[in-house]
Design a protein around this ligand. Structure first.
Ligand code: PLP
Length: 435
C-alpha cells in the first residue's frame, strides 16, 4: 500500500517512509491510497470475536501488504494489552472507555502501536545505528509516546517539555520511566520545545550522523490504529443487541480520533453518523455552519487536550470528502460547549447516573444528549480517566476523585530529568554527546 500526501505535491511513500517521516515533504498529511472494505462476514461474526482478532483484521486491511501477518499480529496484540469497554450510561447512551491503558488516555493505543511498528522497521534495517525519537510535549503527548516506546528495542526517546509548565501528574508519567526514555526539562515554553525539535530535524550535521524521527499525532501509525476500537465498540453493542443506528460522538481537538472513526466507517462499519464535540475552540463547528475554514489562536479551557485552533487532521477530513462541506455535513454534526456547560454536564452525569466523566468525555456525552434522534444508539468516546483532571473534576463535584493504582505508581517514583536551555546549540551538543 502506498501513501499520498493531502497536499499532493510529494511523491507516493511506502508505509515505512510514511511512518519514519511523519509529515510528507510538502508538509501534507499522509493518507493510504486505498481504504479496503472488510467483508460482510466480518461484521456478521464480529460479536464472537475478541478485541485482538477484530483489531488484527482491521490492521491487515491497512498494513497487511507491508508487514508479514505474524509480525503484524505481534504488534497488534502487544499494543492492545488493555481493553476498551463500552458501558451503558442510561437508555440509549453508552460510553466507550478508552482510558484503561498505561497513561489512562486514548493516545495510548496510537502511541503503543506506532512504537512497535517503528521498532519493526528499525529491526528490518539491521544497522547498528540507533533510531532516536524526539518529541516536544505540553503534557499528554509526551506521556503516551514515552510509555508507548518504553523498553522497545532499537529506539531511544527524548521528550522535551517546558519546565514548570506541565502538571505534576503529567510530568511524572515521562520523567520516571528510565530505560530508553530521557526527559529534557527545557527552560522555556512549549513553543521553544517545538522549535528545538524542528531545528534538530533540519540540521544537516545531525542528519548525517543520527537517525531522528518524530512521533507526532499526524503519523499514520499513530492515527490509523485508532480505528480498532470503533470496531470493538460495535462488536460489544452487537453482543448487547443494540447495534442499529449507531452514532459516535467524539470529543475532538486535532480531529485524529474522529478521522480514524471515519476510516472505520469507510471500511464498512455500520454507523449512522458522527458528531464532533468541541469546547470553545470551535473552528470545525464554524466550518459546518459557514463552509469556511478559519483557523484561529486557541483559547484555554478545562478540556485542554481539545484546545486546538487549527486542527491538523482537518486536512484528512477534507481529503476524504473531496473538499465538500455539503458532503461533510451529511456525515458529521458538530457542537461546542463552554467550561460552565462542561461543568454542569459532569455534575449532572455524576448526580443522576453515578458516572464520573472527564471534561473531554463530558463534551461527548452532552453532544449525544443534545443531538441524538429517536431510534439512534449513541456512543461517546470517554477519552481520558477523570483522575487525569483531578483538580478540575473535584472542584465540580465537590468530592475527592480516586486515583487509580497505575497513576499512583507513577506518583511514587522519583523524577529524573536533564535541564536544558532553550538554545539550539546546547540541544545539538547534547544530541551529539549521545552518539
Ligand atoms: C488528544 C485528546 C483529545 C483530542 O483528540 P484528537 O484526536 O486530537 O481530536 C480528546 N481528549 C483527550 C483526553 C485527549 O488527550
Amino acid at each position: 500500500m502506498k501513501y499520498y500526501s493531502t497536499n499532493r505535491k510529494a511523491p507516493l511513500a511506502t508505509l515505512e517512509e510514511a511512518v519514519k517521516r511523519g509529515l510528507a515533504p510538502d508538509r501534507g498529511l499522509y493518507m493510504p491510497e486505498r481504504i479496503v472494505r472488510l467483508p460482510e462476514e466480518f461484521f456478521r461474526d464480529m460479536g464472537e470475536m475478541d478485541f485482538h482478532e477484530i483489531a488484527f483484521a482491521a490492521a491487515s486491511a491497512f498494513f497487511g501488504e507491508d508487514i508479514p501477518s505474524g509480525d503484524l499480529k505481534d504488534i497488534v496484540c502487544d499494543t492492545l494489552n488493555f481493553d476498551t469497554p463500552v458501558v451503558n450510561i442510561h437508555d440509549n447512551i453508552w460510553a466507550l472507555e478508552l482510558y484503561h491503558g498505561p497513561t489512562l488516555a486514548f493516545k495510548d493505543v496510537g502511541g503503543r502501536f506506532m512504537a512497535r511498528m517503528l521498532s519493526y522497521f528499525v529491526r528490518q534495517e539491521k544497522t547498528d545505528r540507533k533510531t532516536t525519537v524526539i518529541v516536544a510535549t505540553s503534557g499528554d503527548t509526551g506521556s503516551a509516546v514515552a510509555n508507548g516506546f518504553l523498553g522497545v528495542e532499537g529506539i531511544d526517546v527524548i521528550v522535551l517539555y517546558p519546565s514548570g509548565k506541565v502538571s505534576e501528574i503529567q510530568e511524572k508519567q515521562f520523567t520516571t520511566l528510565g530505560q530508553n526514555i530521557t526527559a529534557l526539562e527545557v527552560d522555556g515554553n512549549f513553543d521553544d520545545c517545538q522549535r528545538l525539535v524542528k531545528s534538530a530535524f533540519m540540521d544537516e550535521d545531525l542528519g548525517r550522523t543520527m537517525t531522528l524521527t518524530s512521533a507526532n499525532s499526524i503519523n499514520v501509525a499513530r492515527f490509523l490504529p485508532q480505528a480498532f476500537y470503533y470496531f470493538n465498540a460495535y462488536a460489544q453493542l452487537k453482543r448487547a443487541g443494540h447495534d442499529s443506528n449507531i452514532v459516535f460522538c467524539v470529543p475532538s481537538g486535532n480531529f485524529g480520533n474522529i478521522t480514524a472513526g471515519l476510516f472505520a466507517w469507510r471500511m464498512g462499519l455500520p454507523v449512522r453518523r458522527f458528531i464532533a464535540a468541541n469546547n470553545r475552540n470551535d473552528v470545525f463547528l464554524e466550518y459546518l455552519k459557514t463552509g469556511e475554514y478559519t483557523p484561529r489562536a486557541s483559547v484555554r479551557t478545562i478540556a485542554n487536550a481539545m484546545d486546538v485552533g487549527d486542527p491538523s487532521n482537518f486536512a484528512r477530513i477534507l481529503d476524504l470528502y473531496g473538499n465538500s462541506a455539503t458532503l461533510i455535513r451529511q456525515d458529521i454534526a458538530g457542537c461546542r460547549y463552554t467550561d460552565e456547560e462542561i461543568g454542569r454536564t459532569i455534575s449532572s452525569l455524576y448526580d443522576k447516573y453515578g458516572y464520573l466523566a472527564d471534561p473531554h468525555g463530558a463534551c461527548g456525552y452532552q453532544g449525544l444528549t443534545d443531538l441524538l434522534s429517536d431510534g439512534e444508539t449513541g456512543i461517546f468516546l470517554e477519552t481520558a480517566h477523570p483522575a487525569k483532571f483531578k483538580d478540575t473534576v473535584e472542584k465540580i463535584i465537590g468530592k475527592p476523585v480516586e486515583i487509580p493504582e497505575r497513576l499512583k505508581d507513577f506518583m511514587k517514583k522519583e523524577k529524573k530529568s536533564i535541564k536544558m536551555t532553550n538554545r539550539f546549540e546546547d540541544f545539538k551538543e547534547y544530541l551529539e554527546s549521545r552518539r
